[in-house]
Design a binder for this molecule. Structure first.
Ligand code: MG
Length: 165
């Protein structure tokens, strides 16, 4: 299932390294991480069933909209990525929510600034329908950032506990 999800993301023009690069850049000033850590954390996020379900659903909707396989008015709403639609963001938040409030903050930032691959995907909207894809990518990157922040926090607490004992 995870392989299928990665294949779907790659077919839409996005690599795991693109996502890891963004997560790395967002966290490197705060915690000591490498690009390898970021790649590993993106993979960990993609192992979650809830995340896989969100990606399968969102990318499928983008693809079906490209093929005009929705009724109006939904078809036009999806094709022009109507900013009042909002279901794309709600779906992506189901990814971010798994890792708590840091994820939510990072998602908001990515959605607003659209750095790196998220901007690229947003810019290629005339070519393919990416209404769900950009939000899903923000969700995945935000979740990986939270995961790294949490695991760094946990290791700090463990270190302190070892020193205290
Ligand atoms: Mg969107």
């Amino acid at each position: 299932m995870k392989e299928k999800v990665i294949e779907m993301i790659e077919k839409r023009g996005v690599s795991i390294v693109d996502l890891a690069q963004l997560a790395y850049e967002l966290q490197v000033d705060y915690i000591p991480i490498t690009l390898e850590d970021a790649i590993e954390n993106i993979h960990k996020v993609l192992e979650k069933r809830e995340v896989q379900n969100a990606i399968l659903t969102g990318i499928s909707i983008d693809i079906l909209a490209e093929r005009d396989q929705f009724e109006e008015p939904l078809l036009s709403i999806l094709k022009r990525d109507d900013s009042l639609y909002g279901i794309d963001e709600i779906l992506a938040l189901s990814i971010t929510n798994i890792y708590g409030s840091i994820g939510l903050t990072n998602f908001g930032f990515l959605d607003k600034i659209k750095p790196g691959i998220i901007g690229k995907v947003n810019d290629s909207k005339g070519v393919q329908v990416n209404t769900f894809l950009d939000d899903l990518l923000s969700g995945i990157v935000a979740a990986a950032c939270s995961r790294m922040a949490h695991s760094y926090g946990d290791s700090k607490i463990e270190e302190q506990e070892i020193q205290m004992n």
